[in-house]
Unconditional design. Structure first.
Length: 362
């Protein structure tokens, strides 16, 4: 379509499901705490939030629902390229910012780190692949993360893949075929859980394709919740649904742990999306939900440089329990504050600028 005649109405976002926005923030905060705690306890059964990695599957499911809600009925007018522009403007500024933070944290880690192990060319390549979201698992001391400078970017890589497939295929197909694809993807989740013993893969060289299984099912499930209008009216509210969301993150590890995780991903998270979309929000919690939703993505994409520094600190000083409680609590609060500043002074202005340029047709 002719970008110079782009209807500004197509660029406007619909009204948000504010409780779902709030739950996204709860999940993002859980991821931060989980990442701190996995440095301390490499045995996840000893970690009080040992299933915090399942928050990513909740993100994927929520993303499928939100993409369907936001774009299904206007995709024909918008077109593929405008959809891609919308998603890149929404997501990529923080991909770049997170990569810059990761580079700075790698070079200036006050507690160690080993930038001297890599030459300028290799570091530049790590950075370039990070800002372009090209997987490059090249650091053994960082467990061959797909993105050495910003580990959580692995999920953004798969989010981009899902968005591309949505624009090219999923937006066009009927609910029946969507359901068939979801059933096939569900089988994939079961296979991954059984063979790996858990659903936490996708982030590294040796578990790359686990990420494909995770995004495939959960994104499709979220899209199905929207397409079939599986919205359950209820009075659980934000507090009740937040408690329900935290249950799988805080649950202990069981003998059949992989199976419990598969059940959570296959059924529990789509149910929470359906409940969250149908819940009523009390006016007193509206601002909290809106803030929680807005801060979730900046928090998710900017926190991991601090986690690597914390890992160096933990390895060097072996702090005691009380000191760890203080450091992790303070660190989490500071990261929330920092992500708010990033959102206000970087992410929102950059997206406004890019959208303005887009409307001008430049």
């Amino acid at each position: 379509m002719n970008v110079n005649k782009l209807n500004p109405d197509l660029l406007r976002t619909k009204q948000h499901f504010e409780i779902l926005d709030g739950l996204r923030g709860i999940a993002a905060l859980t991821v931060v705490v989980f990442h701190f705690m996995e440095v301390v306890y490499t045995d996840y059964s000893k970690n009080f939030v040992g299933h915090g990695f399942l928050a990513v599957d909740f993100f994927f499911c929520l993303s499928g629902f939100v993409i369907g809600y936001a774009y299904d009925n206007r995709f024909g007018k918008m077109g593929v390229m405008e959809f891609f522009k919308s998603r890149i403007i929404r997501l990529h500024p923080l991909v770049i910012f997170g990569s810059v933070l990761g580079l700075l944290g790698f070079l200036f880690d006050p507690f160690g780190g080993h930038p001297e192990l890599y030459g300028f060319g290799k570091i530049a390549l790590f950075f370039l692949t990070s800002i372009l979201l090209i997987p490059f698992p090249g650091m053994p001391e960082r467990w061959f993360n797909l993105f050495s400078f910003n580990a959580p970017a692995w999920s953004l890589f798969w989010e981009y893949v899902a968005n591309i497939l949505y624009a090219l295929i999923l937006v066009k197909i009927s609910r029946r075929y969507l359901l068939i694809l979801a059933l096939l993807a569900a089988a994939g989740i079961g296979v991954v859980g059984y063979h790996a013993g858990n659903l936490m893969g996708g982030w590294g060289k040796d578990n790359f394709w686990d990420g494909c299984a995770r995004i495939s099912y959960s994104f499709l499930a979220g899209l199905l919740v929207f397409r079939f209008n599986w919205i359950i009216k209820n009075r659980l509210g934000f507090i009740g649904l937040s408690a329900l969301l935290m249950l799988p993150f805080l649950m202990p590890h069981f003998q059949w742990n992989w199976l419990i995780e598969v059940i959570v991903v296959l059924f529990y998270f789509p149910l929470l999306i359906a409940l969250g979309a149908g819940a009523t929000l009390t006016s007193g919690l509206k601002k909290l939900c809106v803030f929680s939703g807005k801060i979730s993505y900046p928090l998710y994409m900017t926190h991991y440089a601090a986690i690597w520094i914390f890992a160096s600190y933990f390895a060097a000083y072996k702090p005691g329990t009380m000191q760890l409680v203080l450091v992790i609590t303070t660190g989490t609060l500071l990261l929330v504050g920092f992500s708010y500043l990033v959102m206000v002074f970087y992410d929102i202005p950059v997206r406004k600028y890019l959208n303005a340029r887009r409307k001008m047709g430049n």
